[in-house]
Design a protein around this ligand. Structure first.
Ligand SMILES: *Cc1c(COP(=O)(O)O)cnc(C)c1O
Length: 333
């Protein structure tokens, strides 16, 4: 397994989470860029680091010195890494990225056979693996099946496991919904945090993150009183309104406003009234006299899925999780 810990381990905390996966014995930690790789190295975490994104020239000496593993998308990158490696009397392990449909990086599949011969002559590089990426494993089964078949074909054509010690294609949706043939490494991200990109598998997983706040204030507003910016909500009855100490400045998406968002506290669900503001939001607790200032509130977690929040905000759970800001204190249980 390559545990994908990019974007601060999907908002869960890069160093803390990377340490857990390293101790669990994953083969690689997958990061987006050198900045994230550096943070893991500085935290003293011992695990191979794989760079999922392209690198630029000024970063490559550091990559070599620290033995991070880049994926190669062009001959220009390959030649540069090769020259730097040979100047140090080293050989750097790299993986070939193949573009089988994502359109973001990698060698275009039909160019590969010619290029591989050229790459194998570069003595400073050790071609250790081959990887590709799935653009629609959670949306388009037919295309994804064809992609798995194409990737297996490419590996066969280029010499199979003799040429590539590591062969990887599946992200979370690829791993859950398909049976990767000819692959021996998976690159899950989202599912490691307990969220399934395919709803039918959610019961098999448990969300790692619960986003919580507290009721900071409770007041009763008269009929006809507006609540929050734009006064998009106006009370229709005397309304007991609880204010919660969290808002979009914490990463809770403002765009849920108007799509029947809800929070969970004391075993019940309560509707958010009007717009989510930067630091606070209001809920209707008129029918729950027991709700008090100081009560703990779940914004998402085991009672409200992050998928629900994402849907109401017209986005995806990856976006909501990675958007939780530094202001939110992370507690690890
Ligand atoms: C982010 C990423 C993953 C992980 O994707 P999930 O959908 O979160 O499992 C895997 N591979 C690559 C190349 C990625 O960029």
């Amino acid at each position: 397994m390559m545990a994908v810990v990019k974007a601060g381990a999907y908002g869960h905390g890069l160093e803390e989470v990377a340490r857990v996966f390293a101790q669990a014995g994953v083969a690689f930690l997958g990061v987006a860029n050198v900045g994230e790789a550096r943070r893991i190295a500085h935290a003293g975490i011992k695990c191979r680091i794989y760079l999922l994104g392209a690198t630029w020239r000024e970063e490559r000496e550091e990559i070599l010195d620290r033995d991070w593993t880049p994926c190669i998308s062009s001959m220009e990158e390959a030649r540069h890494f090769d020259a730097l490696a040979r100047a140090r009397g080293k050989s750097l392990a790299v993986h070939l990225a193949v573009d089988t449909g994502m359109g973001r990086g990698g060698f275009v599949a039909e160019h590969l056979p010619d290029i591989l011969a050229e790459l194998q002559e570069l003595e400073g590089l050790q071609i250790e693996g081959i990887g590709s990426h799935l653009p629609s494993a959670d949306e388009d089964e037919e295309f994804t099946r064809a992609q798995f078949a194409q990737f297996a074909g490419i590996i066969d054509e280029l010499g199979g496991e003799k040429t590539f010690a590591w062969r990887h294609l599946a992200n979370s949706a690829g791993l859950l919904g398909y049976e990767p043939r000819d692959c021996n490494l998976a690159r899950p991200g989202l599912m490691l945090y307990g969220i399934s990109p395919l709803p039918s598998y959610q019961d098999a997983l448990r969300p790692a993150m619960t986003l919580k706040s507290r009721v900071t204030l409770i007041r009763t507003l008269p009929t006809g009183h507006g609540v929050s910016y734009g006064r998009s909500f106006v009370t229709k009855r005397p309304t007991r309104v609880a204010t919660i100490g969290m808002g979009y400045g914490d990463g809770y998406p403002r765009h849920v406003s108007g799509h029947a968002p809800r929070v969970y506290l004391r075993g019940q669900y309560f509707p958010i009234l009007g717009r989510v503001t930067m630091d606070q939001m209001m809920i209707d607790v008129t029918d729950a006299a027991e709700v008090s200032e100081g009560d703990e509130v779940e914004l998402f977690g085991s009672h409200i899925s992050v998928n629900e929040v994402a849907q109401k905000a017209d986005t995806i759970s990856w976006h909501v999780l990675t958007g939780i800001t530094a202001r939110v204190v992370r507690l690890y249980l």
